[in-house]
Write a protein that binds this ligand. Structure first.
Ligand code: PRX
Length: 645
């Protein structure tokens, strides 16, 4: 379909599928057309393919067992995560390959080779060990995307300690809750950092959190704003520790495959944050395998995952996956859609980025601002594009492929969750045709279904809840325990079902995601995912993004819409929205109110905060906005909403 299609055509789930380009297939990591059936036939032994991407200290006895109270992946095996992500690349003769490139918000640049990374990780591990950190301890890391963050994560892993990364924008209460809940008595934080061009302090937040925790916390301070920050009696200096132990050798601790690697809390756009723990062998194998198979990462690549390391995407695809594969991972202090100086275009050009992975909301913001001409910023280095975190609408998908991928690069829309550890639903870029707006089939070895409220499969084309019906190595430890409880056994793979809480529809074997189960509009006894309506609205010319919410107070459906720079007439736009929704879906789900706003409220992890839109539309008062990346838009959203009443 070309870019000149009439509006609305791209909103529906169509048969429009694009085959992988030949030039991509020629060098792709996974090209065996039988991989899906082979994995199916050989399950669970197929997962040795993932485990084989790691070096094991102690080979595992079996791939999957059900014993005691949990499923265990690769029992008997032992791995050293920091060896897999660092040392082995040095010993393999790649010590001068760049492991990490960092671009600071103030324009600074740093590069660490694999040898540099090993040196830093060992020095910091020795420093933390001198403060008492040992196997099983939980170390909370409260920092933005700075090199010290992945270095400290790997240093913890080297000591057999668990890291607990808390997103740097969180409040003192949120930090304190996460430290207390994880029983963490160690904290590594920084004096401050740059957010949208301004320096913001971090130390006071950390100090307030420490006052609220009963435990005696040992804390380390990274100097991000000031190379030599005042430490007082409360902090050890990261720089001083690192210098004191520079050149130290720290023998990495071998971890049982099933031992926890880290703790992380889900972003929680609704409800309370939930603690998720991932295992060492299963998680790391799955991170490496999906990075290789879905994101097609190769050792020679420069790969940019634009997520913040404070979320699971940054853990799996910013740090562990790419470093396990020995690639160059690009780390930006600022998010991809909030940049000065022409970024992300400038960074893609300057760093010759091969693979770019970001959130649909970030792509929509880029689209809203428009792309610079290619002769101003060359992006021909891009080989593959990926998205994660929200449903991708076909219109934005096409823009992304056209403007960043030169109309040629494959795009993978990857569905997964903090709980799943890595990508679960996506096309394999050299094998499966891409369908804009649709994530694709389960990756090989994963079996998915769409089920009704009783857990029974619905017919193809019907909406329901997405379920994963077999365990996989990246599953979090809680899911492994629940699967066992529900009777899942390695030899009866279908005895358990993980209900993901996401609405979906399946056509053939491709899954289209329709938002969270809770985000639905009830109409004539049917539930329609709000994402279905949003997708139709987003396909209209001039519209960048839509957030649709049911508002029980007025028994109405409200659509918040952000537009591109052409700024359409609001009344005309509202008519077009209603006509399109009525034609493509049903008059019963036509939005009653259409409200044009400059931007939708988005969480730090790149999700539209629909709960807040519903609160504003229902005039309920919206409370705390600290989970928002763009809290400044809320006032304007409220004003425009009240004006339209
Ligand atoms: O609703 C789905 C959405 O993000 C949720 C998981 O969020 P979180 O645990 O924070 O992890 C985000 C990074 C994996 C899912 O339940 N989601 C994620 N990817 C997609 C998606 N929705 C639609 N399409 C996707 N590709």
């Amino acid at each position: 379909m070309s870019r000149g299609d009439s509006e609305g055509e791209r909103s529906s789930r169509s048969e429009e599928r694009y085959p992988p380009p030949d030039w991509f297939v020629e060098t792709a990591n996974v090209t065996d057309p039988d991989i899906g059936t082979r994995f199916e036939r050989e399950w669970p032994d197929c997962w040795t393919n993932a485990a084989d991407l790691l070096d094991w200290e102690q080979p595992y006895d079996e791939v999957l067992t059900a014993a005691d109270d949990r499923l265990t992946w690769f029992p008997g095996g032992q791995v050293k995560p920091s060896v897999n992500c660092v040392d082995r690349h040095v010993s393999a003769g790649r010590k001068n390959a760049i492991a990490l490139r960092w671009i600071g918000a103030a324009g600074e640049r740093r590069s660490l080779t694999y040898l540099d990374l090993q040196y830093e990780v060992e020095a910091v591990a020795a420093g933390l060990r001198s403060l008492g950190v040992g196997p099983g301890d939980v170390v909370t890391l409260f920092m933005p995307n700075v090199p010290e963050l992945p270095v400290t994560m790997l240093a913890c892993a080297r000591l057999g300690a668990l890291h607990n990364v808390v997103y740097a924008g969180f409040s003192a209460d949120e930090l304190a809750d996460r430290m207390a809940s994880a029983d963490s008595e160690y904290l590594v934080t920084c004096d401050g950092y740059y957010r949208r061009g301004s320096a913001v302090g971090q130390r006071n937040t950390a100090d307030s959190a420490r006052l609220r925790i009963d435990a005696d916390v040992t804390a380390v301070l990274v100097g991000r704003l000031d190379d030599d920050p005042k430490l007082g009696r409360d902090y050890h200096g990261y720089g001083a520790l690192r210098n004191e132990f520079a050149g130290a050798t720290v023998e990495p601790v071998a971890r049982e495959a099933d031992a926890p690697l880290f703790v992380l809390y889900t972003s929680g756009t609704t409800g309370e944050p939930d603690q998720v723990t991932h295992s060492t062998g299963g998680y790391l194998s799955y991170a490496a395998w999906t990075s290789m198979a879905v994101l097609d990462i190769k050792p020679g690549d420069t790969y940019w995952c634009a997520a913040d390391i404070g979320w699971i995407t940054g853990h799996t695809y910013g740090v562990y996956g790419p470093l396990a594969l020995g690639t160059t991972t690009l780390l930006h202090e600022s998010p991809a859609d909030h940049q000065a100086g022409g970024h992300p275009w400038a960074s893609i050009e300057r760093e010759s980025v091969d693979v770019f992975y970001t959130a649909p909301t970030a792509v929509r913001s880029m689209r809203q601002r428009g792309a610079p001409p290619t002769d101003e910023h060359d992006r021909s280095s891009i080989r593959l594009l990926g998205t994660v975190g929200e449903p991708m609408d076909p219109t934005t998908w096409h823009w992304y492929r056209e403007e960043l991928g030169g109309g040629e690069a494959p795009v993978v829309d990857t569905w997964w969750q903090t709980e799943t550890g890595g990508i679960v639903v996506a096309t394999l870029p050299a094998l499966d045709p891409m369908q804009p707006g649709t994530a694709g089939p389960g990756v090989p070895g994963i079996s998915t279904s769409v089920v009704d409220a009783d857990g029974d499969p619905v017919d193809g084309g019907e909406e329901g809840t997405l379920a994963v019906s077999r365990p996989w190595p990246g599953m979090c430890r809680r899911l492994a325990a629940e699967a066992r409880e529900a009777g899942a056994e390695p030899d009866s793979p279908k005895a358990w079902q993980y209900l993901t809480g996401d609405r979906a529809v399946r056509d053939d074997d491709y899954v289209t995601l329709l938002g969270r189960d809770a985000d639905t509009i009830e109409t004539d006894g049917n539930a329609v995912g709000t994402a279905v309506v949003e997708r139709i609205i987003s396909s209209l010319n001039g519209v960048t993004e839509a957030g649709v919410v049911p508002v029980p107070e007025g028994k109405e459906v409200v659509a918040y819409v952000s537009c591109d720079r052409s700024r359409p007439d609001v009344t005309v736009l509202a008519e077009r929205v209603r006509a399109q929704v009525a034609e493509q879906l049903s008059p019963s789900v036509c939005p009653d109110r259409i409200i044009v706003v400059p931007e939708l409220p988005k969480t730090h992890s790149g999700k539209v905060m629909r709960r807040l839109l519903a609160d504003v539309a229902g005039d309920r008062g919206y409370g705390d906005t600290s989970a928002l990346r763009n809290p400044e838009v809320v006032g304007e959203i409220e004003t425009v909403t009240r004006e339209q009443e």
